[in-house]
Design a protein around this ligand. Structure first.
Ligand SMILES: [Zn+2]
Length: 413
């Protein structure tokens, strides 16, 4: 682990700790049964606010090789992501890609789920993803993928081999990057004069509006908002020319970046900037209020779970997403309250959640040991889950959200 003493964007050392979630294990470091006797590595999980450019960020940076080289998250295993990416691809193609053969590069391309839609439409595609296990899967589905981190050096290499890119894509990857100067230098090199860099990332505003503090884990080095990003790209002669707020696993921003002056400016940038000031994303006091809310919610939820447990109710977690581990570990909930975590991803089944150490089980096990209450960790997929679990709700079961909301059968009517 390294500790940054300067802001990732503006290099100011005026960084204020604003959200402290204590020391936590890595959110994707699921444990095998034979690892349960060993202590887990824990790292500080504290969000700092830059007083100068207002980027919210972690300064404790766990090595990216430790985080991403053998990654457990497969995009194609996520419900509805395929639909989301299909629409996303159509949107980018209709707006920015005119000629078949145009070159599209995606950083953090995972198993190729997004690029395959571009490939189907006869665009040239190249994925970049450091997880070798996942890059292999992309290759087998016909999406050429470099198993590496995106960098300015790699960008130069790509330009030499394939030419400049008409579109560079990055989904849930920009928040993971520590060296923003190198990212921007790489984009600047790789992007054709009229090209577009489109990326999607969780929006910091979601934390304030919906208490989505579970986006905080070590992989997410920055909690992005538009004002600091605008400052970042301007440093490199690039420009955010539009922003869209999209509902994708919670509230995300889709940011459109081009060379300065290459695209006409949309209204999204100013709208987001206004919203960010109104919410106080630049103001330490607003974070103090947020922290109070989070800690109050923790007390309420834990009390509710304890009360139900005392009434001999069976409780379990629904989903074992990375973000759920932030909730479990910050709330300090373990097998004392929850029997297991149900997750449909085979790659997680048979493992134990980091910190809380809930056994991750398949649906067949969960049906045999059905709880009366599920603590819903994958709450960003709520509509899909309610649709899927009608029988559970009709049978009298209920979901408890990390925010404390309880969802019962009545929601179906
Ligand atoms: Zn800064």
């Amino acid at each position: 682990m390294t500790v940054n003493s300067n802001c990732r964007i503006c290099k100011s050392n005026n960084l204020l700790p604003v959200i402290d979630l204590g020391k936590q294990p890595l959110a994707n470091a699921f444990l095998r049964a034979d690892e349960l006797d060993n202590p887990e590595q824990r790292f500080p999980l504290v969000v700092y606010l830059c007083a100068n450019c207002n980027l919210a960020q972690l300064v404790h940076v766990v090595s990216k090789e430790l985080l991403f080289s053998d990654y457990i998250y497969f995009s194609s295993g996520m419900p509805r992501l395929s639909d989301h990416f299909k629409k996303y691809a159509e949107d980018v193609i209709n707006k920015f890609l005119k000629t078949p053969g145009d070159f599209v590069v995606e950083m953090g391309s995972n198993d190729g789920i997004l690029l395959q839609f571009f490939k189907e439409k006869k665009f040239r595609v190249l994925g970049v993803d450091p997880a070798k296990n996942i890059a292999m899967i992309a290759q087998t589905r016909g999406v050429p993928t470099v198993a590496d981190f995106f960098s300015s050096a790699l960008a130069e290499d790509i330009v030499q081999k394939h030419g400049k890119a008409k579109a560079i894509l990055g989904n849930n990857v920009v928040a993971h990057i520590n060296d923003y100067d190198d990212l921007c230098a790489g984009v600047k090199t790789l992007l054709s004069p009229d090209g577009v860099f489109v990326f999607e990332a969780p929006y910091l505003a979601d934390m304030f509006e919906n208490l989505a503090f579970d986006t905080i884990y070590h992989e997410h080095l920055s909690y992005l908002s538009v004002r600091p990003l605008k400052y970042l790209f301007a440093k490199f002669g690039l420009e955010i020319f539009d922003v869209k707020i999209v509902q994708a696993q919670g509230q995300s921003i889709r940011v459109f970046v081009g060379h300065k002056g290459a695209h006409s400016l949309g209204s999204g940038v100013e709208q987001c900037a206004d919203k960010e000031i109104a919410l106080g994303l630049n103001n330490p006091d607003a974070y103090r209020v947020l922290c109070k809310k989070i800690s109050q919610t923790k007390n309420d939820v834990v009390n509710t779970l304890k009360r139900l447990k005392n009434q001999q109710k069976r409780l379990a977690a629904y989903g074992a997403p990375a973000k759920g581990n932030t909730v479990l570990n910050y709330y300090n909930i373990g097998t004392d309250l929850l029997d297991f975590a149900l997750d449909d991803l085979p790659s997680k089944q048979g493992l134990y959640t980091p910190g809380a150490r809930l056994p991750v089980v398949a649906r067949s096990f969960a049906l045999e040991h059905a709880p009366q209450y599920y603590f819903l960790l994958a709450w960003n997929y709520l509509p899909v889950i309610l649709e899927k679990e009608k029988d559970f709700l009709r049978g009298g079961g209920a979901f408890i959200l990390p925010t404390g909301n309880i969802i019962r059968e009545s929601v179906l009517n």
